[in-house]
Write a protein that binds this ligand. Structure first.
Ligand SMILES: [Mn+2]
Length: 319
């Protein structure tokens, strides 16, 4: 099993021991890894330290109710607490702004480390997911932290989500080893996989719209611009819209793809994905970045949308 990170893991475990109350945050626009790593860690802490108070907070995401619930935490509870933020690269992405009101903060994250916002920062891009890091933390605790069957299910959901069911390049031998260990807990894995693959009838219609209106250049760059009126017509949340992203990547002639979603302030949220060419530098130029082949960004207007498309084309041509 993975041996790196021993010093920071040791520091995290010692810090967890010191606090009576621990509140766990994750990122906005939640996905299975954000919620899976959050609740998986919470359940491990609850079963390992029954006398401690453990909370999970953040905006409710009905789409992921099947993973587990959030809690309402009063402001005064934050006093003298340890706050752990999972799966979140930068402070502006944290769901629930009260994250810095505790006595101490810990960041556990697998995105590119652009913002070491916590007192203790464990950032490692070599993990497929934050859920995989939580498993590593529990394993390295040498018996101090335990995983429950449901906690294992949550971590598995996070790994399956972030690896696209073990499809993406971040799926390592370690990832499969962790998944194998998690399956030994005996939860219903096919049901988790089915949930991850589920789409509502409205999402199915949006996928059909996106496939039909997609533009694919000879270079292998594909893009679609989803204007606000279209998004509203299908009545989808941002989490539901994410279902469009992997479908477009299944088209064999596409090497790099971008999905532009118009937000209520007129700016565009951008999802950039690639099958091999590194696209994170373009994301960074446009107020974003996450992973080498999978990044988010923001375009201020349609002009910047066009600029991003041109930059992606140049990137492929110059390769
Ligand atoms: Mn993640």
């Amino acid at each position: 099993m993975k041996k790196d990170n021993e010093a920071v893991i040791h520091e995290i475990l010692k810090t967890i021991e010191k606090y009576q109350t621990i509140i766990i945050h994750r990122h906005k626009d939640a996905d299975p890894d954000a919620i899976g790593s959050q609740i998986g860690l919470a359940q491990a802490l609850r079963v390992s330290y029954p006398q401690k108070n453990i909370y999970t907070v953040g905006k409710d995401e009905p789409l992921f109710d099947w993973i587990g619930p959030m809690q309402d935490v009063a402001d005064q509870i934050y006093q003298d607490t340890l706050v752990i933020i999972v799966d979140t690269g930068s402070r502006d992405r944290i769901s629930d702004m009260r994250w810095d009101r505790g006595a101490q903060t810990i960041k556990i994250d697998h995105h590119v480390n652009v913002d070491a916002f916590a007192d203790i920062n464990w950032s490692d891009e070599s993990f497929s997911s934050a859920s995989e890091m939580i498993y590593c933390l529990i394993y390295q605790s040498k018996g101090n932290l335990h995983l429950t069957q449901d906690g294992a299910r949550c971590l598995y959901a996070g790994i399956v989500g972030d690896t696209g069911r073990f499809l993406y390049d971040d799926t390592s031998s370690y990832t499969l080893q962790v998944a194998s260990e998690l399956l030994k807990f005996g939860f219903d894995a096919p049901t988790v996989n089915r949930h991850e693959d589920d789409i509502s009838p409205n999402v199915a219609k949006m996928v059909a719209y996106a496939l039909q209106n997609l533009e694919i250049e000879d270079s292998g760059v594909g893009h679609i611009i989803l204007k606000r009126d279209i998004i509203q017509k299908f009545g989808l949340s941002s989490g539901e819209l994410d279902a469009v992203i992997p479908v477009i990547g299944r088209i064999s002639t596409i090497q790099i793809w971008a999905i532009f979603r118009e937000k209520s302030d007129g700016k565009y949220h951008v999802n950039l994905r690639s099958k091999g060419t590194v696209i994170i530098d373009i994301a960074k130029k446009h107020h974003g970045g996450d992973h080498p082949l999978s990044s988010g960004a923001t375009a201020n207007d349609l002009g910047e949308v066009q600029q991003i498309i041109e930059e992606l084309n140049e990137l492929v041509v110059n390769e």
